[in-house]
Design a protein around this ligand. Sequence first.
Ligand SMILES: [Zn+2]
Length: 454
Amino acid sequence: MTKTLLIKNARVVVTMDDERREIAGGGVYIRDNVIMQVGPTADLPQDADEVIDAANHVVMPGLINTHHHMYQSLTRVIPAAQNGELFNWLTNLYPIWANLTADMVQVSTLTAMSELILSGCTTSSDHLYIYPNDCRLDDSIEAARKIGMRFHAARGSMSVGQSKGGLPPDRVVEEEGAILKDTQRLIETYHDAGRYAMERIVVAPCSPFSVSRDLMKEAASMARSYGVSLHTHLAENVNDIAYSREKFNMTPAEYAEDCGWVGHDVWHAHCVQLDDDGIYMFSRTGTGIAHCPCSNMRLASGIAPIRKMLDQGVPVGLGVDGCASNDSGHMLGEVRQAMLLQRVGYGPDAMTARQALEVATLGGAKVLNRDDIGALKPGMAADIVMFKLDQIGFAGALHDPVAALVFCTPSNVSYSIINGKVVVRDGVLATVDLPVVIERHNALARELALATSA
Ligand SMILES: [Zn+2]
């Protein structure tokens, strides 16, 4: 049985359509999980099974998060990892993550997804690259189904431990044969290549400094044989560049190209230190980037040259990155930091509020290789968020409510509709009991810290 939903009377509807229309007094008409009409409220059907009055709200496409490690919600603000750069930060955290369990993966994924959804995100990727004890990617997918988030689950992996010159301790790495076998199982079990897919699998060895060249190459050929995307970390900071030069005698971009890791089906997290040749090569091949400004600032990795990448046509999306290097998972907050950080690096006109929102919607869709999300127009997936404007943080900013979303204090949504389903209603998550999730999550975070100190 079909169900219709009408959102009407918005202060403004931000469409991100081809003309980038912003429609004052607009609305959206949805049938099941698909947008049927977008326009002035008077032009839309007046009746629907459910009607949401969006007076005094900005209505926009759901934001898209292209890089995360949701299990890290359990290890936010660990004292020993508060003040280091990437490699120091990782070596302090690996021993804690070695005690992760399947239950912890599921509860931390629910926690991270709750935070993302409340902050305006409707589609997320998650890069789970550590599988100690009984951990499986299936537990992340289970959490996404429960909360109702559109999910690109990245099967990460690490195979080169310290004894082979890698960064992670040997006890948290896996055998390469087992990695590839499990990745194949996940693709065959869960990957949905269809339009409006809620679940896609991504092949995602963790980084050039934690897997072999063979695994990079075999991962690429497996991904291409199934038509799924590839994702990893690349050129994150100067130590990452030094490792690549010393170990492979190549820049990270050259190494990625050598391993077959370029193309419209590939996106790399960070690329803070991508050089001009690398940017040109990414532009030429349509290789995407997940820009994670908070994490880059937190770990003092530098300022990614996003303005230059956008000017050259490189697909760029936003990522909050893992909760141990942000340590916020607020998607609208990340949009704000993206705008501000480009200005620190490249001047006050380096990124406008609307450009930052475009990176977080259309940009993210392109990076994830999708054309069914990121804009409000007929035929697109019904992924829609609403921000209420009569809040203290927006007081005095309503000359431009769209820019206010990015310039002012990052707000939570009052409504979120994902795949046509109302997941947040009146500011409250409808699909999970959030206080129960938080309590369970805090107990597991305590358990994880104690297991490590024991
Ligand atoms: Zn990351």
